[in-house]
Design a binder for this molecule. Structure first.
Ligand code: V0D
Length: 231
């Protein structure tokens, strides 16, 4: 690998259901395969020295999928976090969540809060899960919180600038993504990190997420590095 490793990569993990279907499996079996790939990508991120990895697993729009699939998806975060927590501790990985976790099932919320609090002092790699995340929903929540703080006289209208807005986002304290990768063939931002993506490089691949790997991750980084030399 030549060139520099970015600080923050965000991945839209798309194409899991289609990967399953293509192999005569269920969509949920595709999601399971995706969760194994996710474990590998977290390991790869540690190895290459990334500081922040954001993983977009579920948008607020996904609630309209078949109930069985939604049920399966909703159990993945708790299963994943409860199984992997010792591994995160051992590898100095901090878990962050970006999204509206209040609307989630209570067992999911519980597992999420536990993982966030137990890993809060870790600092080799931040794995930021975008969970029940929607960019517009996030911006609406920012507007509401700012208005509420104005009403409570904690801030004034004159205080509102980019830096202040940043502190009200789910991603407060995290650097903006250098690269946003979307797997699965679609080339859209689909309501992901609307505010935070203003300067991000976008990289797309037709590869379904379960087939994503370290080689493609490094290819994305290299291609983006080349774009920058040309500037
Ligand atoms: C399904 C590929 C881990 C994407 C990965 C509810 C499709 C496997 C999580 C997870 C999903 C989320 C939050 C967290 C810890 C783990 C996850 C969903 C889907 C959406 F704090 N895998 N995973 N979440 N899939």
């Amino acid at each position: 690998m030549e060139g520099t490793i970015p600080t923050h990569i965000a991945i839209m993990m798309d194409g899991n259901g289609r990967w399953g279907k293509q192999r005569g499996l269920t969509r949920s079996q595709g999601h399971y395969a995706g969760s194994k790939t996710m474990e590998n990508i977290i390991k790869d991120s540690l190895e290459i020295g990334l500081k922040v990895l954001t993983l977009y697993a579920f948008s607020t729009e996904n609630w309209t999928r078949p109930p069985k699939e939604v049920q399966y998806l909703m159990d993945l975060p708790a299963k994943f976090l409860n199984t992997k927590l010792p591994d995160f501790m051992e590898n100095d990985i901090k878990i962050c969540i970006s999204g509206d976790i209040e609307g989630l099932p209570s067992h999911t919320k519980k597992a999420v809060k536990k993982a966030v609090s137990e890993t809060k002092n870790n600092n080799k790699l931040i794995v930021n899960f975008a969970l029940n995340y929607g960019g517009r929903h996030e911006l609406i929540s920012v507007v509401k919180k700012i208005l509420s703080d104005i009403q409570d006289t904690k801030i004034t209208i004159e205080n509102i600038d980019e830096q202040l807005v940043n502190t009200y986002l789910y991603t407060s304290g995290l650097p903006e993504p250098d690269i946003i990768i979307r797997t699965g063939g679609e080339q859209r931002i689909s309501n992901f990190l609307l505010w935070q993506s203003s300067k991000s490089e976008l990289w797309f691949t037709d590869t379904y997420f379960p087939d994503f790997n370290k080689k493609l991750l490094l290819q994305a980084i290299e291609e983006v590095n080349k774009r920058k030399i040309k500037e």
